[in-house]
Each structure stands twice: as structure tokens, then as C-alpha cells.
Design a protein around this ligand. Structure first.
Ligand code: TEU
Length: 578
């Protein structure tokens, strides 16, 4: 275990880092086809370095039929032509490294595309050598002798999780859309092939790690029992408990680390980990376990019932629920050898201002800076999503369903129309829900300037540009020292300078029950920082905990130019406790 001692003695390179997620289709188009691309990414690397970014995460740019925007991979070892070439990726890796930054890619190995050659072989016959590389089961027959799927599981994006293939007279499992068949991890030859093609191929090219898609879904309950009926009157039922954190998960991740990743040194693995309690999360992220380095916990993105309900059932969460979500992820560091992440946005979510604060033009700049104070002072590796650094917001309420591009949103919209034909009230509620939490909100093009198509492309982009690009864009904010962008730059610098307490400190909420403010203390080796955040349109008092009543508070950073005693609407401040 020499490497383990080595890793624990030297702080890992990714701990103090800020990572910036790029969604290639919507980031920057260099060749005028309306779709972002890798040369487009390369053209902005100085911008990202200047912002203070240390790691760039590029979402799937692999060859793919794009049924789920690249999370359906046809060939792990190639790049989608619209995004560029393998040579472009090699240039990207070199250019990122030349600027002292690191690059991570998405690792999508719970499933492949149904056009991946492995699947084409697997589905061709029960005698094919790859016949069990995916999850195949025999049909069930009902009392009338009608063929039925092996279980009543509902796919995450709607419909049955099983698809029938006549060549085999069997069904295959797909937890997401039907074009995303789940790989059979139980088969060792399959695991070896995945490691070689999806992981080693890219580590050999010099990337520094992966963001690992749905990392806790590989191991399933292989008896595939019917799930309890929760959606009354519907044929397909949520079966989450049967396909996440299955019995083999930890063994497989240990195998992957030991036999694959360790050859390449301190490769960072950031797992996406839905629906997992803190004690189970720790089993994945403790340094000693040597599985994942950190994970994205879903409590924060599930606020308002985002995951258990359908978008028309979303409710306004309370600030206490948000505090609880952060208490869970921050708490992972207390008294453990584990590590954690800080994030509020990604390509699957609505924009954080619209979702968790306000996108009212009167307050949104303030709120964006307040979020920068919050995220900049929480412990763990910080993840920003493209456009978050300029305070991009959700698409406007008057967009209709014709603007939707995301398969999850489109499937849901179709389902609503089929289940409630002619019900205008329901349709309105559904569209309102999509406007709040739909994945397209974060997938509209980045606003580079106020020119045509927001400077993203020279032609009409594949998805409509958010209407706010004239007011919210990179070029305008680069000229404005009071902009959200300028504030993020300042915050990221400060986070580095005070990394001990800001990135590594213990976290303690002070005003849990308060529904208007979020106040916490960060502490490391006796050094303390008090953070006070206002989550309302009204002024609020700064809550100073009794234990600090006698201490002097020195303003470290604040989102308002000349702060007064009370917090202004959506103001955020951090004080050094003396
Ligand atoms: O998302 C995993 C996941 O659990 C999603 O179901 C998430 O809950 C959903 O997007 C919310 O609507 C990952 C990727 O981040 C997502 O983009 C992919 O669509 C999905 O896996 C399948 O690969």
C-alpha cells in the first residue's frame, strides 16, 4: 500500500481545485454549424485560466447517435464528427496542460448506445460470444398468454425499462432510454473491455481523470423483482431500490482502481451518486477505500421533489432543506479521511439562480454574487457549470414545447399529453415544471456577447438562445468591474489564498431553523470564518452566534460594495473571526 501512504501524506492535486464543466454542444461553435465543438473550447482556454479554473470537465464528446446528448456512446475511442476529431482532443489535452490546468472527461459505462458494436453483436443471437455483455431476460406471459417484460420496472426517462428483441426472443434492460442498453458488469470479460476502451484509451492520451456517470447503478438486483406499485394506474413503476448501490458495487470500484487506474498515478474519479445516505456515501469516498475520490450527492438537486415526482408536482423547497443538503455533503469531511464536492449546477438541472434563489432582473446580479460567496466558502472541490460564472438564468416562461430538445423533457411532455388529452391546465402545469427544472435550461448556448446568436455561433444554434443574452454575457461582464464574472474571479482567488479554512475547514450551520438566512462557521486549526447569506428580497439582520459575541468580525469578502449593518436583499458576506 505504498501509494496509499504517499497519497495521504501529500494533499491530492484535485482538492483545492475549481473545476469548470463544459457541455460541448452549447459552449462555443468554431465552424458555423450551430453546434459547439472542441476547437471552440480550445479558443476559450485563456478565458478559463484567467477566471481561476484548475480543471476542465468536458461532458460526452464521444461518437454517439445523440439520443441522450452523448450519454449514449457508440464508440468510446472516437469523437462525434460535429464536435471535432481525435486530433482536436489531443490538442485540447496539450493546450489545457500547457496552461497548468487539468482535463477530465465523462465516463459513461453503465450503458452504451444500442449502436455500439458490442450491443449489435449481443443482440444478434443467444449464441454470439458477446451474448451476455448486456442484461437479457426471458419474457413473462400473462394469463391471456400475452408477452410481457421480465418486470414492471420503469425507465428513468419514462416507459418500460425493458425492450424486446425478436432475434433473441428476449428483453434487454435499459435504465434510461431504449437506445441506452445497460452493460452486464457481472461478466468479467465485459468489465475488462470497458476498462480498456473507455478508461485506458483516454488515460493513455494523458487526461487526468473522469466524472463518472451514474456510478452506483452498475450492480443490480439480478433477480429483477417487480417493484411496488407507487404510480397507481400506470404499468411501469419506479424500481430505484433494485438498481442502485447493488451488492457488487464496492468490489468492482476497488478492482478498477487497483487494476486499472493505479497504473496512471493520482487519477481523479468524481462519481455521480444519486439516492445514497451519508454512511453509504462514505464507503465510496473514504481515502482508504480507494474507490472514488469524491461524489456528486443528489440531495441538493432533488430539492422540491425534483427526483421522486414529475415536474408538474415540483414544490418550493424551504431553506432548511437546502441547509440539510449542505450539512450532509460538508459533514462527510468531519473526522474522516473522505473528500467532497461543492456544486449547485450541471447539465441536468435548471439554473441555480432560477431554481434556488431568484432570476428577477432586480436581484439576480446580487443573488449570483451571494451564491459565489456561498460556493466559494464551502469545503471540497468546487464545480462550476458553464454560464454560471456570468449568472445565466432559466429560459423564459413564454417558451413553448417546440423549443424543447432534451429527451427527458420531451418524453415527459409526450406522457402528459397521452395521459391527459385535452387537459390544458395539466399541460400548462407540465410546461411550468419543465421551465423550472427541465434539463434544457442549462443546455442553451453560452452567452459570449450581445451580438447575433449571443456570439456562440454565426448561424442559428441547435437550441434556442436564452432571451437574456443582451443583458447577461461574457463580453459585457469582462468590461465591468462590478459584474458577476469579476466577483467570481475575486472569490476564486480568495478561495485559493485561504484554502485551509475555506476548502478544508469544518462546517457548522448556526441558524438552521431560520427560513430567510443561511449562516455558518468554517473552522480549521482555530482559524474561523463566519458566512452570512440572505435568501430573501428583504433586508435581514446578520446572525452572530452567541459563542462569537465577544469576537471581533473583520469583513473578508462581501457581495455588496458598501455593506451596512443589516444584510441587503440577497447579500452574502464572509467575516474573519478574530
Ligand atoms: O444522469 C443520471 C441521473 O440519475 C439522471 O437520471 C438525472 O437524475 C436526470 O438527468 C434528471 O432529470 C446521468 C447524466 O448526467 C445524464 O445527463 C444522463 O442522461 C444520464 O446519466 C444517462 O446517462
Amino acid at each position: 500500500m505504498a501509494h496509499l501512504n504517499n497519497f495521504t501524506r501529500h494533499p491530492n492535486w484535485w482538492k483545492n481545485a475549481t473545476c469548470y464543466q463544459i457541455w460541448p454542444a452549447s459552449y462555443k461553435d468554431s465552424n458555423g454549424d450551430g453546434v459547439g465543438d472542441i476547437p471552440g473550447i480550445i479558443s476559450t482556454l485563456d478565458y478559463l485560466a484567467d477566471l481561476g479554473i484548475d480543471i476542465i470537465w468536458v461532458s460526452p464528446m464521444y461518437d454517439s447517435p445523440q439520443h441522450d446528448m452523448g450519454y449514449d456512446i457508440r464508440n468510446y475511442e472516437d469523437v462525434l464528427a460535429k464536435f471535432g476529431t481525435l486530433a482536436d482532443m489531443e490538442t485540447l489535452i496539450a493546450e489545457v496542460h500547457r496552461r497548468g490546468m487539468k482535463l477530465i472527461l465523462d465516463l459513461v459505462i453503465n450503458h452504451t448506445s444500442d449502436e455500439h458494436p458490442w450491443f449489435l453483436e449481443s443482440k444478434s443471437s443467444r449464441d454470439n460470444p458477446k451474448h451476455d455483455w448486456y442484461i437479457w431476460r426471458d419474457p413473462k406471459y400473462d394469463a391471456d398468454g400475452k408477452r410481457q417484460p421480465p418486470s414492471n420496472w420503469r425507465a428513468i426517462f419514462g416507459g418500460s425499462a425493458w425492450e424486446y428483441v425478436p432475434e433473441r426472443d428476449q428483453y434487454y434492460l435499459h435504465l434510461f432510454v431504449r437506445q441506452q442498453p445497460d452493460l452486464n458488469w457481472e461478466n468479467e470479460a465485459t468489465r475488462r473491455a470497458i476498462y480498456k476502451s473507455a478508461i485506458e484509451f483516454w488515460l493513455d492520451k494523458g487526461i487526468d481523470g473522469f466524472r463518472v456517470d451514474t456510478v452506483n447503478f452498475y450492480s443490480k438486483d439480478t433477480t429483477f423483482p417487480d417493484a411496488e406499485v407507487k404510480l397507481k394506474g400506470e404499468p411501469w413503476q419506479p424500481a430505484f431500490q433494485y438498481f442502485h448501490n447493488g451488492p457488487k458495487m464496492h468490489g468492482w470500484l476497488k478492482e478498477q482502481r487497483r487494476e486499472v487506474l493505479d497504473k496512471y498515478g493520482d487519477v481523479v474519479m468524481v462519481g455521480e451518486l444519486p439516492g445514497t445516505q451519508a454512511d453509504e456515501v462514505l464507503r465510496y469516498v473514504s481515502a482508504e477505500a480507494r474507490e472514488l475520490d469524491m461524489v456528486f450527492d443528489f440531495d441538493i438537486v432533488a430539492l422540491g421533489g425534483r427526483h421522486s415526482l414529475k415536474p408538474h408536482q415540483i414544490y418550493k423547497h424551504k431553506l432548511t432543506e437546502m441547509k440539510s443538503a449542505f450539512m450532509k455533503t460538508q459533514g462527510l469531511l468531519t473526522g474522516t479521511d473522505a473528500w467532497t464536492t461543492v456544486f449547485v449546477e450541471n447539465h441536468d438541472q435548471g439554473r441555480s439562480l432560477s431554481r434556488f434563489a431568484t432570476d428577477d432582473p432586480k436581484y439576480r446580479v446580487q443573488a449570483a454574487k451571494m451564491f459565489a460567496v456561498m460556493l466559494g466558502t464551502l469545503s471540497g472541490t468546487l464545480f462550476l457549470y458553464q454560464g454560471q460564472e456570468i449568472g445565466m438564468v432559466n429560459f423564459s416562461k413564454d417558451w413553448g414545447p417546440e423549443e424543447l430538445r432534451d429527451v427527458a423533457g420531451l418524453n415527459y411532455w409526450k406522457e402528459i399529453n397521452e395521459m391527459y388529452p385535452g387537459d390544458e391546465k395539466m399541460k400548462k402545469a407540465a410546461m411550468e415544471g419543465i421551465q423550472k427544472v427541465g434539463r434544457d435550461n442549462s443546455r442553451t448556448p453560452v452567452h459570449w456577447n450581445a451580438g447575433p446568436h449571443a456570439g456562440f455561433s454565426t448561424v442559428k444554434p441547435w437550441i434556442r438562445v436564452n432571451d437574456t443574452y443582451k443583458e447577461i454575457n461574457v463580453e459585457a461582464q469582462q468590461k465591468d468591474p462590478d459584474s458577476v464574472l469579476a466577483f467570481w474571479k475575486k472569490m476564486l482567488k480568495l478561495r485559493k489564498q485561504r484554502a485551509d479554512v475555506l476548502v478544508h475547514g469544518n462546517f457548522e450551520v448556526q441558524d438552521y431553523e431560520n427560513l430567510s438566512t443561511f449562516t455558518y462557521v468554517k473552522e480549521k486549526d482555530g482559524k474561523k470564518v463566519l458566512v452570512a447569506l440572505n435568501f430573501t428580497n428583504e433586508e435581514q439582520p446578520v446572525y452572530v452566534p452567541k459563542t462569537l459575541a465577544k469576537n471581533k468580525l473583520e469583513l473578508l469578502v462581501g457581495s455588496v460594495d458598501r455593506p451596512v449593518e443589516r444584510l441587503a436583499p440577497w447579500e452574502g458576506r464572509a467575516y474573519i473571526v478574530q
